[in-house]
Every structure is written in structure tokens, then in C-alpha cells.
Design a protein around this ligand. Sequence first.
Ligand code: AMP
Ligand code: ZN
Length: 108
Amino acid sequence: MMNENCIFCKIAQGSLPAQIAWSDDHFLAFHDIHPKAPLHVLVIPKMHISQLSDLTAQDSTWLGEYMLAINKAAKRLNLNHYKVQFNNGIESGQEIFHLHAHLLQYLA
Ligand code: AMP
Ligand code: ZN
């Protein structure tokens, strides 16, 4: 399911360019266009979900795969020490309403 107004859906579809770091059939990791750390990658499910608080028990079937996707993206980037952050809601700083994990490495 895709949201036609969502820029991360467009990146997942390949209709908007991004610097891809890693992907598989269901998940995609790409470099943040305005990095807040020496290395800043976003890891998304290709399926559109607006935000973490929209997840339900039905999503538990693939959320483990999402954690493994973050792990695989980090390994592809040779990262061993990093932070993973989710923003949820406008007041948290969420700007893009397609679920994404910020993968941040501060030590370059
Ligand atoms: P958030 O504030 O959690 O919604 O994070 C959204 C992130 O997406 C920000 O760090 C932006 O710099 C990043 N971003 C916005 N547009 C793009 C884009 N076209 N390609 C890559 N990253 C983007
Ligand atoms: Zn989307």
C-alpha cells in the first residue's frame, strides 16, 4: 500500500531519487538528505505506515523483520556503535509521516 502524497513512498518506489544504502523486498535504507550526524541513514518499511503510534498487534508479524532490516543496513555500512531513533508526532519533531528509523553514528 502506497500513499501518493508521501515522499518516502516515492523513494521506496524509485520515483524519487535517494542515496540508497541497503534494501530488500520489504525495507529500504537511504541517507538522510540533511544529516544530523556524521552518518545518518533512514530505514523504512516500503509499505506506507504514518507513524509508530499507528502500529497494532497485526503489525507484530513483520516488526521483527524491521529490526533485522535495521541491523542489516547497519552491517552494510560497517557500523557497530550507533543510535536508533523514532520520532512520533509533530511535537516530537516528526516531519515525514511515513514510519522511519533514524540510524545515527556520531563517531565518524
Ligand atoms: P523526522 O523529523 O523524524 O520526520 O525525519 C525526517 C527526516 O527525513 C529528516 O531528517 C529529513 O532531513 C529527512 N528527509 C526529508 N526529505 C528527504 C529526502 N527526500 N531524502 C532523504 N531524507 C529526507
Ligand atoms: Zn509513505
